[in-house]
Design a protein around this ligand. Structure first.
Ligand code: AHR
Length: 326
């Protein structure tokens, strides 16, 4: 009897140990959990309301999905992101995710990750590497499309006039995918009518402070500005301060189009200070966790996952504001 009970206990213990090994070769990186994976996430920085919401989404989703998250903030510097990625490689994390500050200059470090057999997921922003085997998937918005939506709104607004429309543009971080693509998409649409003229275009680095500073300079140098196209809400909000400081009425004397639709931007839209916002969703966390688990298990994932987004007029902002999540 004693022998039978001992055998049963041993068999149960063996089964528990085997179950603890997990399946499909997913590594646990010493985090203790069976299917628990460790992700190294190299964030751009904390430059905007969008970025803060994105960081929150990644951190909360990691927690909910049981993913151990190692998080770093690159303070908008590529060299800091490269350092963070190298440190994740050294720590042998299961998967690396990052939102590249700029598009170029990633091949070497991505090759190092590939050689170490650590899958990489691009989130939010793309890289311009020719070798697409350096990363498993790219999850994020279609920035060209966002720029096109902004341009189309403008074309529709001014369809009944032949007068010149003077536009100033606040670009995002120089060399970043959203700055390059939004500029391109917007430019493609307004190029159809020569009355649209971009009379000044400069980077505001996606920040409120820079947006104000550059808009101040635009206002001093250009007596007639009809439209501001800002590549994100934060720069637009900074520009509103500059416009008010110059004694003009934002949304009326100067029409304003921005991208993101974060809470403060939507509030300014509802208040009539911004005229149109194209949405760019920062809530990438849940999809990122799903994709990570799949790539760590060696499952196939789509090469590109595009975020679903819309756009808002002033009236739509008033309705949407109470239920906005960011
Ligand atoms: O990459 C997404 C962009 O980066 C957002 O539009 C902007 O607000 C952010 O800083």
């Amino acid at each position: 009897m004693v022998k039978r009970v001992t055998t049963l206990l041993l068999a149960t213990a063996m089964a528990a140990i085997l179950a603890g090994c997990g399946s499909g070769g997913a590594t646990s990186s010493g985090s203790g959990g069976d299917d628990k994976i460790t992700m190294g996430f190299a964030q751009v920085g904390a430059e905007s309301g969008w970025r803060t919401a994105n960081t929150k989404s990644v951190q909360e989703s990691a927690k909910a999905a049981g993913v151990e998250l190692k998080f770093s903030d690159a303070q908008q510097k590529q060299e800091n992101q490269i350092k963070a990625i190298r440190s994740y490689i050294q720590q042998k994390v299961d998967v690396i995710a990052f939102s590249p500050v700029v598009e170029s200059g990633w091949d070497t470090v991505l090759k190092e990750a590939k050689d170490a057999k650590i899958p990489v997921i691009l989130t939010d922003r793309a890289v311009d590497s020719k070798d697409t085997s350096l990363y498993k998937t790219f999850l994020g918005s279609d920035f060209v499309e966002e720029g096109k939506k902004a341009g189309q709104w403008l074309v529709d607004q001014y369809k009944d006039t032949k007068d010149p429309v003077n536009i100033v543009e606040l670009q995002g971080t120089t060399g970043s995918a959203p700055a390059n693509d939004r500029k391109a998409g917007f430019g493609q649409v307004i190029a159809a009518d020569p009355k649209f003229k971009i009379i000044a275009s400069q980077t505001g680095d996606f920040t409120r402070a820079k947006g104000k500073e550059v808009m101040d300079a635009f206002l001093k140098a250009n007596p007639k500005i009809d439209v501001l196209f800002a590549h994100n809400d934060d720069m637009g909000l900074g520009a509103i301060e500059a416009i008010e400081g110059a004694g003009k009425v934002p949304g009326k004397d100067i029409k304003i189009i921005t991208i993101d639709a974060v809470h403060d931007g939507m509030q300014a839209l509802a208040d009539g200070k911004i005229n149109y916002i194209v949405e760019c969703s920062p809530l990438l966390g849940p999809q990122l966790m799903d994709l990570s688990k799949k790539v760590v298990k060696g499952e196939q994932v789509p090469a590109r996952v595009v975020t679903e987004e819309s756009a808002f007029t002033q009236e739509q902002a008033k309705q949407a504001l109470p239920s906005r999540k960011y």
